[in-house]
Design a binder for this molecule. Structure first.
Ligand SMILES: NC(=O)c1ccc[n+]([C@@H]2O[C@H](COP(=O)([O-])OP(=O)(O)OC[C@H]3O[C@@H](n4cnc5c(N)ncnc54)[C@H](O)[C@@H]3O)[C@@H](O)[C@H]2O)c1
Length: 263
């Protein structure tokens, strides 16, 4: 299936988890993927895996907390490929379920800078190129923590709620100019998000980073599907939203959680 043939897609945090599955799926459908991330070994391994499967991808080290690195990612993609058809803001770190009293200023700032300011910066850099082309798709990876207050800690929850508001505002602003901007809200997915977050947050990582969810006994209680989702299942939704099939969808948030929030 080559429905994305010739498309250039930029994704942040595409080295692992949901991002990596998305990279592999989009590349298998013909797109060239530009991955911006901070886990260099995993980034190289993802590019290698895509190439082994006959696809095309590159990795540009990009810490989305730094504006010059975000600009370098976008300019790198545009200078080499002359366009960006889609942007997926997937990079994020988790706050380990600490409560508001345990949330330090440093943790709050790190979570906001990665999860919310990062997408603001990538969108601000990418949208002018999409406006010039008269088309573009942006998918912001939020969370069920972006629509409810029970799934995560306060910093992560606020950042993911903010990302949905940001998505709606820019979608309204640019819908008439060919740009579609949507959010995806996964529930509990089988990834190493806590492990990666603990590593990336360093001194800001709360002691509780292992947190609820390390033992899966809660799943039967809260998730009707009684299992975690697979990264590939999220990738399918993202792939649909960046495709031409999603031609009249804008400013929406799509929950994909095995029924968790339906309870
Ligand atoms: N796994 C879940 O249960 C779950 C649930 C809801 C939402 N999500 C969201 O899905 C997305 C992917 O998470 P995942 O579960 O695959 O976890 P993950 O830790 O495997 O992926 C996060 C990615 O973000 C990258 N990243 C972190 N800080 C960065 C920075 N400063 N600059 C650039 N890249 C950075 C990491 O290197 C990693 O590749 C995130 O937005 C996350 O909030 C995950």
């Amino acid at each position: 299936m080559a429905e994305l043939k010739g498309r250039v897609i930029v994704i942040t945090g595409g080295e692992t988890g949901i991002g990596r599955s998305t990279v592999e799926l989009l590349a298998a459908r013909g797109a060239h993927i530009v991955i911006g991330g901070v886990l260099d070994d995993e980034g190289a391994a993802t590019v290698e895996a895509v190439k082994r499967q006959g696809g095309s991808a590159e990795y540009i080290r990009t810490d989305v907390r730094f504006l010059d690195q975000v600009d370098n990612l976008v300019e790198g993609a545009v200078s080499r490929h002359s366009k960006i058809d889609a942007l997926i803001n997937n990079a994020a770190v988790f706050d380990g379920f600490v409560n508001v009293l345990e949330t330090t200023d440093g943790l709050w700032e790190q979570i906001m800078n990665v999860n919310l300011r990062g997408p603001f910066w990538t969108c601000r850099a990418v949208i002018p190129h999409m406006l010039k082309a008269g088309s573009g798709k942006i998918v912001n990876i939020s969370s069920i923590g972006g629509i409810a207050g029970y799934a995560d800690g306060p910093a992560y929850t606020a950042s993911k709620h903010g990302l949905i508001g940001f998505t709606k505002q820019i979608a309204c602003e640019y819908a008439s100019q060919g740009i579609a901007i949507n959010a995806v809200c996964p529930g509990a997915i089988e990834t190493n998000v806590r492990g990666n977050s603990a590593k990336l947050l360093g001194d800001h990582a709360p002691a509780k980073m292992g947190g609820a969810g390390s033992d899966n006994s809660w799943l039967a209680r809260v998730v009707p599907a009684n299992r975690k989702g697979k990264p590939e299942e999220i990738a399918e939704l993202i792939a649909f939203l960046v495709s031409d099939k999603a031609s009249y969808i804008n400013g929406q948030s799509f929950v994909i959680d095995g029924g968790w929030t339906a309870k």
